[in-house]
Design a protein around this ligand. Structure first.
Ligand SMILES: [Zn+2]
Length: 259
């Protein structure tokens, strides 16, 4: 798989203003399995980006303004589609339990079946997987087979309850393990907006891959549903409100704990 049969994308990142000084960045040429949202949150003292994408295209090159304001990358967990671009940031924060995984990433692949196996995702053998996780190349001559997540310099190890102070807004870190041991969500308490990474999005939640733990996920989901939230900005797919958040969370609890 060299990728030479893929077209070259004109523009790599999707950019969508969601209001309140927050911009959603997407990678529309990436297969849905690993096409994540990046949330650029502007602050008075500095900016924050929650999650950093696959790292196949340079944020610094394509969207330099995202990194221009002493921007701190807050990585929700160490999977490739969230941590792949972290190496471009001078300041990176991740939960203490996944600091090593971001500083010394494990093998990753853009070959879909290989990556599914590396993640330990329990998809059926006949699942309709594409060959490549890219639908277009970020640049002419990009070598899909050479993909690797590059090591990032982590300079803040987060724990539950930490606050990131942007001057005019404060972001609270909640440790909600289950998808991975160090999964976090980020709560803007003034807006009641919750950035959930892979803890919650409007789709099938992955709780049986390597590092996942269903009892932890159940406890995390209960805690999440207790939060006062008006809008969820997830790690994948579209944002949704409190009613949908409760429907997703309660469906998960019914599936996994019978409650
Ligand atoms: Zn993940």
């Amino acid at each position: 798989m060299s990728g030479e049969d893929l077209p070259v994308a004109d523009v790599w990142f999707g950019v969508e203003d969601v209001g309140e000084g927050v911009t959603r960045l997407t990678e529309p040429h990436v297969d849905g399995l690993v096409s994540a949202n990046l949330w650029w949150i502007r602050g008075q003292k500095h900016d924050v980006v929650v999650d950093t994408g696959l790292g196949v295209a340079s944020l610094r090159q394509h969207l330099p303004e995202v990194l221009a304001h002493d921007t701190l990358a807050v990585v929700s967990h160490s999977h490739l589609d969230h941590a792949g671009g972290a190496h471009e940031f001078d300041r990176v924060a991740v939960h203490a339990l996944e600091e090593d995984a971001v500083a010394s990433p494990s093998q990753a692949s853009l070959h879909a079946r290989t990556e599914v196996d590396l993640l330990g995702l329990a998809l059926p053998d006949d699942a309709d997987l594409p060959e490549s996780l890219l639908r277009a190349l970020p640049a002419p001559g990009y070598d899909v087979a050479s993909y690797a997540v590059r090591p990032a310099t982590v300079n803040r190890a987060l724990v539950d309850g930490d606050v990131i102070d942007l001057g005019d807004r404060r972001l609270r870190i909640l440790h909600l393990p289950g998808h991975t041991p160090g999964s976090i969500v980020v709560l803007d308490e003034d807006l009641a907006w919750l950035y959930t990474g892979d803890v919650m999005y409007d789709g099938a939640l992955f709780d049986e891959m390597f590092g996942a733990d269903i009892p932890s996920y159940v406890a995390s989901m209960r805690r999440l549903l207790d939060l006062d939230v008006t809008l969820v900005h997830p790690g994948h797919d579209e944002s949704f409100g409190a009613d949908r958040m409760h429907a997703i969370g309660e469906a998960y609890l019914t599936l996994r704990s019978g409650s």
